[in-house]
Design a protein around this ligand. Structure first.
Ligand code: ADP
Ligand code: MG
Length: 397
């Protein structure tokens, strides 16, 4: 499969008997040494199986958490290496450092078809600083570079950008290739209507995406806490709801721009309210009658109906950000309804991006019913804005 910009896929790279550095995103949730969701590890198995089958000597590199350039045992990749070994049913040799004599030894001991993993790359300050010496050292461990870590492609770090120019051959793993393939389709000629559903916590996190979507979409449906700020910007009273007071001018400006461009912005007409997040007494209120002592924690049934209709007519959909506090069952209905509407629309290209949105659609059991669920949060948002992600740019010839 040809990727945009002439980026090579794993199948096109000469990997037989070569040392292949694979940048993976194994930044998985770990509590007391136990891995929670191992989806990010599983996602890379096809790439790794292919490389093993072709007799590559695989050197895995990943970050985990934010150790801030220091060796912190609680951020060790040890449980990750163990889980990977279990999933692949092969040995995974873990170096006790990202670079150094130990790391070099683990790599040089590799035989064809074997795997080694470097310790958490962020144990070294050179990783996030994109330090050239650190990047050259990583590059000295390999002959071929493969990036399968879309989630970090928007960061110019040593393992995503710096080392790449020092390696002879480079390309994208299957995870990265699928991300590029689907997300690129949102930037080219799309089937219309193209509808974006934006929700989540903050206007400030998403305003750049919103602004750039104005250039591409036919309408935007807004939910989540973000919607409260827009409602207040329209002069509505949203009670005790989470609102970003300092973003009201930004919200007003956005609504004005959208109306000039004749892009429909759908805002909630009703909301599900509670006294607090744990309240199980759900009271639906129209948005012009939100009680002063309650907070909007989900979109209401009238809004669900409206958004469902918009999404049924859509032929391209990008969804980022839950419609409510979906982590609590009493505030999950709006988010689940949006997930269902995407899943039911078999005529549309349906793409979901964002950490919490991906978790929400998985929780609803509908992840395999949409065209693509992006593994990247920030990276997918930057991609749909049309920004050139440094980790992808580095893979071009
Ligand atoms: P994503 O990770 O998909 O980009 P965000 O991180 O922007 O999404 O937002 C997710 C968070 O927003 C969730 O933790 C959710 O509980 C919260 N949220 C959604 N709606 C509301 C609301 N009405 N009030 C408070 N928090 C909300
Ligand atoms: Mg999030």
């Amino acid at each position: 499969m040809a990727l945009p910009g002439g980026i090579k896929g794993v199948d096109e790279l000469p990997v037989e008997g070569k040392r292949v550095f694979v940048r993976v995103d194994y930044n998985v949730p770990i509590k007391a040494g136990k891995i929670g969701d191992d989806a990010r590890i599983r996602a890379t198995l096809p790439t790794l199986r292919k490389l093993i089958e072709r007799g590559a000597r695989i050197v895995l590199g990943s970050h985990l958490g934010r150790p801030d350039g220091q060796v912190k045992p609680e951020f060790s990749l040890e449980p990750v290496a163990a889980r990977l070994a279990e999933l692949l049913d092969v040995e995974v040799a873990l170096a006790d450092e990202p670079v150094g004599d130990g790391a070099r030894k683990v790599v040089s001991d590799l035989r064809d078809g074997q795997l080694a993993m470097l310790e958490n790359l962020r144990f070294d300050p050179g990783e996030e600083a994109n330090d050239e010496t650190f990047a050259r050292t990583l590059a000295s461990y390999c002959d071929v570079y493969v990036n399968d870590a879309f989630g970090t492609a928007h960061r110019a770090h040593a393992s995503t950008v710096g080392m790449v120019k020092f390696v002879a051959d480079k390309g994208a793993g299957y995870v990265m290739a699928k991300e590029i393939e689907f997300l690129s389709r949102l930037l080219g000629q799309v089937d219309r209507p193209y509808v974006a559903v934006l929700g989540g916590a903050k206007v400030s996190d998403k305003i750049e995406v919103l602004e750039s979507l104005l250039e591409r979409v036919d309408s935007i449906a807004v939910g989540g806490a973000m919607a409260n700020t827009f409602l207040e910007a329209q002069g509505k009273h949203v009670g005790k709801s989470k609102v970003e007071k300092d973003k009201l001018p930004v919200a007003r400006n956005f609504l004005r721009k959208a109306s000039e461009k004749k892009i429909a912005i759908h805002l909630p007409t009703d909301v599900a309210t509670g006294e607090n997040l744990d309240d199980t007494n759900v009271v639906v209120a129209r948005v012009d009658h939100i009680p002063a002592d309650r907070m909007a924690l989900d979109i209401g049934p009238g809004t669900v109906e409206l958004y469902r209709r918009v999404l049924t007519e859509a032929r391209t959909v990008f969804w980022n950000g839950p419609m409510g506090v979906f982590e609590k069952p009493q505030w999950a209905s709006g988010t689940v309804a949006v997930a269902k509407a995407l899943a039911d629309n078999k005529l549309a290209l349906t793409v979901v991006g964002g950490g919490d949105s991906a978790a929400a659609i998985a929780q609803a059991g509908l992840a395999d019913k949409v065209s693509h669920v992006s593994t990247g949060g920030g990276a997918s948002l930057e991609f749909v804005q049309g920004l050139d992600l440094p980790g992808i740019a580095a893979l071009r010839p």
